[in-house]
Design a protein around this ligand. Structure first.
Ligand code: NIG
Ligand code: FE
Length: 405
């Protein structure tokens, strides 16, 4: 018996990153396959066919039809960098920053990340699960059909593991950010890492797919990051780094040497870093909402793309540096601040983001064999995904062949 089909018909446009490769870089990053007066046919959880309406075959069996008139289809968006597992908020800190306090000063005073650590420990497993599910709903409404989320606000064994389980059970892809900050019960970063690697890593590695570290002045230095990442790699985790957010502290050379999946942030990256990243297989993940939210310089997105680097685009959704779950807004920032073309921004938060998560064979394109995750934009042109700044853009989201509305 054939599985039920979902047909989205009469679309104004269907746009998808071209080709089959990932990650895309150079000119290929800006290539979009565009069909007008188009359909997408999903069978079960998979895309069976896309094409022009005039080429729509006769369909038998049960077919649910979605009217795509006046809408544009793009692939379900992939957010490859979020911190969605947290308790509480940082609205007080946000107000202080609006009055001139800086993020690094608040962090040094025991606020910042550590204030969210307190709230996350207090939330308990039930509170964390509810928070991740709420955040997943927010992301979905902006077209995100796949999200990664990191732990890193527990920093004790139980809360780190509860965070990872909450992400996994909400359908997210968990990353163990065991080296995010040094919690107050430890004298220094090395003593904390002794604990984290001995007591948390063995079980974290059973739940998470990747490990991440905040390599930065005031957090973990390059030697500590190396120690953490090498232990995580030995436990079977893929590697990622928060690097060059405020200072160039050796994140790119370390990411390249350890063959990490990605190095994320890059607001402080200079020419040499751009060149080194471009010559490597490591993806540079651009987080312009974080730079905007903290009033920091933007990462050198155009220079990275022009140098041939593989880049992805993500929200960095978290309560402190980027309280923003909207990838379309990040596409707008990519276009206006990073000088990426809408096509480059789209590829960066679809196929290239899927590559960072090790899923580019199934996610990030509208093509036969890919997962039936589709965003329907209420717009006459798909480039509204970047053009309509903060707009009410997403008319419907199809996840695994089922319409969310
Ligand atoms: O990616 N920079 C490190 N971690 C997060 C922010 C965490 C926070 O402020 O709570 C980031 O920006
Ligand atoms: Fe982050």
């Amino acid at each position: 018996m054939t599985e039920p089909a979902l047909l989205v018909r009469d679309l104004a446009q269907l746009a998808t990153p071209a080709g089959r490769d990932a990650p895309l870089r150079g000119a290929a990053l800006g290539e979009v396959d565009l069909l007008e007066d188009a359909f997408v046919l999903c069978r079960g959880e998979t895309i069976e066919r896309v094409g022009r309406m005039r080429d729509l075959p006769a369909l038998d069996g049960e077919v649910v039809e979605v009217d795509g008139r006046g809408l544009c289809a793009i692939p379900g968006l992939v957010d490859c960098h979020t911190h969605a597992a947290f308790g509480g908020d940082r609205v007080d800190e946000f107000s202080l920053r609006a009055g001139g306090a800086t993020y690094e000063e608040l962090h040094a005073r025991g606020g910042g990340i550590l204030s969210t650590v307190r709230a996350t420990r207090e939330a308990g497993e039930g509170g964390l699960r509810a928070a991740v599910e709420r955040h997943r709903g927010w992301m979905r409404r902006h077209g995100t059909t796949t999200f990664e989320a990191k732990s890193g606000y527990g920093l004790d064994r139980d809360t780190e593991l509860a965070s990872l389980r909450a992400v996994r059970d909400a359908g997210g892809i968990p990353t163990w950010l065991g080296a995010h900050a040094v919690p107050p019960e430890f004298a220094d970063a090395d003593a904390y890492l002794d604990f984290a690697l001995a007591e948390v890593l063995p079980e974290a590695a059973q739940i998470a797919e990747a490990a991440d570290v905040f390599l930065e002045r005031g957090a973990f230095d390059a030697a500590q990051a190396r120690r953490y990442l090498e232990a995580c790699r030995a436990a079977g985790l893929a590697l990622r780094l928060h690097g060059d957010q405020f200072t160039e502290s050796g994140a790119i050379p370390l990411a390249v040497e350890l063959d990490a999946r990605s190095v994320d942030h890059l607001e402080a990256t200079g020419h040499d870093g751009v060149r080194a990243l471009a010559a490597s297989g490591v993806v540079g993940v651009l987080l312009p909402a974080s730079a905007l939210f903290l009033g920091r310089p933007m990462p050198p997105g155009r220079a990275l793309v022009d140098a041939g680097a593989a880049v992805a685009l993500a929200t960095d959704f978290n309560p402190g540096s980027a309280f923003c779950e909207s990838l379309p807004l990040c596409c707008s920032l990519a276009a206006t601040q990073l000088k990426l073309a809408p096509a480059e921004a789209l590829a960066a938060c679809t196929v290239n983001a899927a590559h960072v998560l090790g899923r580019a064979d199934r996610l990030g394109r509208l093509a036969p064999g890919y997962r039936a995750d589709v965003v329907l934009l209420g717009a006459p042109d798909w480039r509204y995904v970047a053009y309509h700044l903060g707009g009410d853009l997403v008319a419907d989201v199809i996840v695994g062949g089922e319409s969310a509305s």
